[in-house]
Design a protein around this ligand. Sequence first.
Ligand SMILES: Cc1cc2nc3c(=O)[nH]c(=O)nc-3n(C[C@H](O)[C@H](O)[C@H](O)COP(=O)(O)OP(=O)(O)OC[C@H]3O[C@@H](n4cnc5c(N)ncnc54)[C@H](O)[C@@H]3O)c2cc1C
Length: 365
Amino acid sequence: MDHIPVLIAGGGPAGAATALSLAARKIPCIIAEASPSPQDKAGETIPANAAPLLRKLGIMGLLEEPAHLPCYGNRFIWGREQPADKLYFFHIHQQGWHLDRRIFEQQLQAKVTATGTRYLNGWRVTHCNPDDGQWTVSLKNDNNDTRMISCDFIADATGKSCRIARMLGSTRHHADKLVGISTCYQLTGVLPQYTFIEAVQHGWWYAALLSGQRLMTTFMTDADLLGPEVRHPQGYLDSLRQTGLIAPLLSNVNVCTESEPSVFTAASGYLSACYGQRWLAVGDAAFSYDPISSYGITSALEGGFYAGHAIADTLAGNRDALPAYDWLITQAFTRYTTMHQHQYQQEQRWPQQPFWQRRHSLIPA
Ligand SMILES: Cc1cc2nc3c(=O)[nH]c(=O)nc-3n(C[C@H](O)[C@H](O)[C@H](O)COP(=O)(O)OP(=O)(O)OC[C@H]3O[C@@H](n4cnc5c(N)ncnc54)[C@H](O)[C@@H]3O)c2cc1C
């Protein structure tokens, strides 16, 4: 059985950043990633203020890839009928990005691999057992082959499934039942490079311009409020056409109603414990953001940076490293909760609608 100091379960932004941070501390690790190859994922916007973190992680250069487009700010209808702009132009970093998510995940993997870290693509962590001060971890691939790895420390970067933390007895609290339903359209004309956001009675829409002349559109609502009609291409399009800000963008797209919209869970949630003896959770596994923040990817990368250092310090015998990491996560979640409440309080046009009522009555976590 192979032995490695650290095994990271999950190779998304959080797992990759944890590996980069560990590599900087010269701690060998392996990433086990369930998908056989980097996948497209929901979520594409990185805000301008992520730039210092990306530099710190040494990955700022990844955004020079032409598949990632600059984003110059948000144009939104929120809290009133008239559109407004919030432009990054006035921000010190001046632009954010709309990522091609599959390419970004590919780039992160290449960056991690260049440090000497192995990615085990197509291997899902299924069990981990404490064994004489170490972990014995079982992995399975799609052919049902199994392999075992022993390690000193395990990082759960498995996203919202928080597979390892749950295996180890931590429970996930869900703050809401938010889901996103998305469809991508092919553009025929030119659009301003903004993120378009629009509040409606039962949730909110966003649209983002992606490379290859694609317009990504997503409707965010609660799972129990997602009507059957919007799950079909024509019903989705009909709802989109009722918006004030996003519908006009459709005059620039080749509207195809063949492919089914995809539904993603986007619930905010957090773990009862995001670390324990020789393990921690990072990224969405530790806590996840409402996409209105556009901060999930950045937060996963930031969490990975600190997680790598916390693991390295723990392996060096520092008993305060994991509680300090936990403190950072709690602080970040508290800041997020305040921001989230402030954002939703600004929309008061539909006080009787369950989607808005639920958010106006949220109690901080
Ligand atoms: C509709 C929607 C819109 C969003 N919009 C934005 C946005 O505009 N901006 C933004 O910043 N964020 C956005 N997000 C959130 C963002 O995508 C996530 O916060 C981010 O991907 C979290 O990264 P992560 O590495 O923690 O988890 P993930 O990216 O989910 O990666 C987890 C990885 O773990 C792997 N895995 C799972 N189980 C196992 C296992 N047992 N063993 C091994 N591997 C496993 C998975 O295959 C996956 O690759 C959005 C999310 C949704 C749903």
